[in-house]
Ligand binder design. Structure first.
Ligand code: EPZ
Length: 431
């Protein structure tokens, strides 16, 4: 297998317009949710990313008929002839969102056997709240050689999550859609993709109210039909591109986004001295003055998203003054800052707090992408740095960003993918 690296020629100012792709985390919930239906579904605006390709593999393994048209960002899913309810470990561990197969298959068939989920290593990532919810709905759960087996006829229940969990909220919502009677979920996560998944399920016949608030009420229905649905734009890709624009002191217009999903980031960029304006589905980012250091603390939506903490802390390495970044959601989400020391960035990490002392310049260096958003943070670092930055393990970035290189290149960045063995450029400027 050829290995690749990203090569970034830093110091270019990003300018011009680009578009935002469909939401990764909403797509990774909506596609498994289609398994609850008893007729085919057509999902549009799905991003062409590695995690979606893995999901296609999983759905086909289960016997679903899947037509994935990446050029059209469109997938039709016919879940009427599933041949198995077992998601083997080698597939489940390829991504975090494989946990949604538990809720979808359990909700539809009363049985699921799914390997433990994989995904980014951000410290401990238990799924006890998902399992607590399934148990409350009446599932019996056991482990069988690294697989989780869930079984039972589900009945509505009142479930209060011990902590706010995005995956847990969606997963239990999936399972409860076809349970007998009413379910009330409290202390729910409120992220836009929870609302989007509920909207999709309601479109195909579910009865869910309250998604986007901390209480979600679900009236179980006997059957869900098929239908078509367009997923919302990616909140985190929008934010990553906004930060990239600010980092290069650029002037960028992003089309096809939802500005109200970006309020926490917008407020912080304004505080740093970046000019952000929005109208309808367009956001413009422009540097007004030098970047100022800030204090930032990640929170559940509508707070500052943990997924943007890494790109944002890369930007803060060049701000004037010392920034304080508190990561409240995950134990270990600062590995990109360790990498960035090779570029001359200065930070001190104390558990979940990073103190970042801004430096006047960064220099290019060979780096390893530690995880998806950490990889995106290193791309931003490479764009800001003087000279050439190489990023190894770029596959982790491709898991979550559609055409990132070509979008950045279309804005005037120079980012290419090189075969490590041959030095050939394998993918660039195909926008
Ligand atoms: C989802 O992960 C996203 N993944 C993550 O996206 C995102 O960072 C995260 O939500 C927070 O917004 C997908 O949607 C596929 P959580 P998830 O359950 O569901 C603890 C990205 O880069 N917890 O909200 O795993 C957990 O350890 C990524 O796109 C439990 O203790 O996040 C964490 O500290 C990475 N028990 C906190 O709650 C549980 O049962 C929040 O996790 C569940 C969670």
């Amino acid at each position: 297998m050829p290995e690749y690296k990203l090569v970034i020629e830093g110091g270019r100012v990003l300018q011009g317009e680009t578009y935002v792709s469909g939401g990764k985390n909403t797509s990774l919930a909506v596609v498994p949710a289609a398994l609850l239906a008893e007729s085919p579904c057509l999902i549009e605006n799905l991003p062409d990313i590695e995690d979606i390709r893995v999901l296609v593999q999983i759905l086909r393994h289960l016997g679903a008929k899947v037509d994935w048209l990446p050029q059209k960002n469109q997938m039709s899913i016919d879940p009427t002839q599933l041949t198995t309810n077992i998601v083997p470990f080698h597939l489940s561990q390829k991504m975090r969102a494989s946990y949604y197969l538990m809720g979808a298959l359990l909700g539809r068939y009363g049985f699921a056997k799914v390997g433990y989920p994989g995904g980014c290593n951000l410290g401990s990532r238990p799924i006890d709240q998902h399992l607590k919810g399934f148990r409350a709905l009446g599932a019996k759960i056991r482990e069988d050689k690294g697989m989780i087996v869930l079984e039972g006829k589900l009945k509505g229940a009142n479930i209060n999550f011990d902590m706010v969990t995005v995956g847990g909220t969606i997963n239990v919502m999936l399972a409860a859609c076809r349970a007998e009677g009413d379910t009330i979920l409290t202390n729910c996560a409120k992220e836009p993709h929870i609302v989007d998944t509920a909207n999709f399920l309601n479109r195909i016949g579910a009865r869910i109210r309250g998604a986007g608030t901390d209480t979600i009420r679900i009236r179980g229905v006997k059957k869900l039909g098929g239908g078509s649905y367009t997923v919302i734009p990616d909140q985190i890709e929008t934010g990553t591109l906004m930060i990239a624009a600010a980092a290069t002191r650029g002037n960028v217009i992003l089309r096809g986004c939802i500005p109200t999903h970006m309020e926490a980031l917008t407020a912080k960029l304004l505080e740093m001295g970046v000019l952000v304006t929005s109208e309808d589905d367009i956001i413009s980012v422009q540097l007004r003055q030098g970047h100022r250091a800030i204090r930032l603390s990640t929170q559940e939506y509508p707070g500052f998203p943990t997924d943007l903490q890494q790109p944002m802390s890369a930007l803060l390495t060049r701000a004037v003054g010392t920034s304080e970044v508190i990561e409240n959601i995950f134990d270990s989400r600062f590995k990109h800052l360790d990498e960035m020391r090779k570029m001359g960035a200065k930070s001190v990490i104390n558990g979940r707090i990073a103190y970042i002392e801004g430096v006047p310049e960064l220099h290019g260096a060979p780096l390893v992408a530690p995880d998806l958003r950490g990889g995106a943070a290193l791309v931003i670092a490479g764009l800001m740095a003087n000279g050439i930055t190489e990023i190894y393990n770029p596959e982790t970035i491709a898991r979550g960003y559609e055409h990132l290189e070509s979008k950045l290149n279309a804005l005037g960045g120079i980012v290419r993918r090189e075969n490590i063995q041959t030095g050939n450029t394998v993918y660039a400027n195909s926008f």
